[in-house]
Design a protein around this ligand. Sequence first.
Ligand code: XMP
Length: 326
Amino acid sequence: MNNVRPESMVRITTPELAERFIEEQIAEVRAQVGDKKVLLALSGGVDSSVVAALLIKAIGKQLVCVHVNHGLMRKGESEQVIEVFQNQLDANLIYIDATDRFLDKLTDVAEPEKKRKIIGEEFVRVFEEESGKLEGISFLAQGTIYPDIIESDGVKAHHNVGGLPEDFAFEGLVEPVRLLYKDEVRVVGKALGLPVSMVDRQPFPGPGLGVRCTGAITRDRLHALRESDAILREEFDIAGLTDKVWQFFTVVPDIKTTGVKDGKRLDNWPVIIRAVNTVDAMTATVPRIDWDVLEKITNRILNEVEGVCRVCYDMSPKPISTIEWE
Ligand code: XMP
């Protein structure tokens, strides 16, 4: 498989160029796999979603998508995967709710890198188990994109959820977007008719909400994280900030803070709002968010999210602070 982008390759910037790319890839994939079956780990991220949509167009039900919900997805994400791929595109989709497995494994694990390792390894295990139940799969599809090839010499970064076992006995890999840059993958995704909210999704770490529920993850704090994150996204959308801010999310640290309600003292969590602008995630600045927007988000989180009694806006640039809290 050619893994070097030819200098002559035109950058895909328009729907027309995307259409041409899609047609070429459909022909290439059909020639590669014939009537055999292809397996894809569909996380719901941009790259795997675009590969899924492309392969559904090329080979229909010969593609088997496995979506593993590790319980650390944002609110509504797994539901969107099911809605788009199963209901709208009629994909062959296997949905695995592995929430309990992941959260059980993560019980009392507070160290960030250990959490990342457990999430990555457990993902591979669940995927292996589920794909082991399937018969007659010949190819493995992956959402490898060109920066993955440049950065890791052809092997998709293993710290990420989606890093797959190396001892898989497949006839070959199907990587239709391996020569594309991220912006091109998005143009192709739109041409394939995927929802903009899926194609223009901001970066989301493989370990998901796991690194935003700092320290040892608990279900109640994870719930507060998911709900507060959903409110933040909703309000940024209403305020027209979704396209203007590169990445934004909430964090619920493993600390308690004092509040007061109806004359009673509370011992609840704070929610941190993190928003950054960056070009390459190596350095980042903090956008000046309109005070009214921040106030509305704060009030909604305090009123709607159980167990929270304080909201803070993280003002720290990178460096010195990383974008994620752990
Ligand atoms: P930091 O926190 O290092 O983040 O400033 C830079 C960018 O990388 C994302 N990030 C991750 N992505 N697995 C991922 O796939 C991870 O473990 C991980 N940690 C951080 C982060 O969201 C930001 O966009």
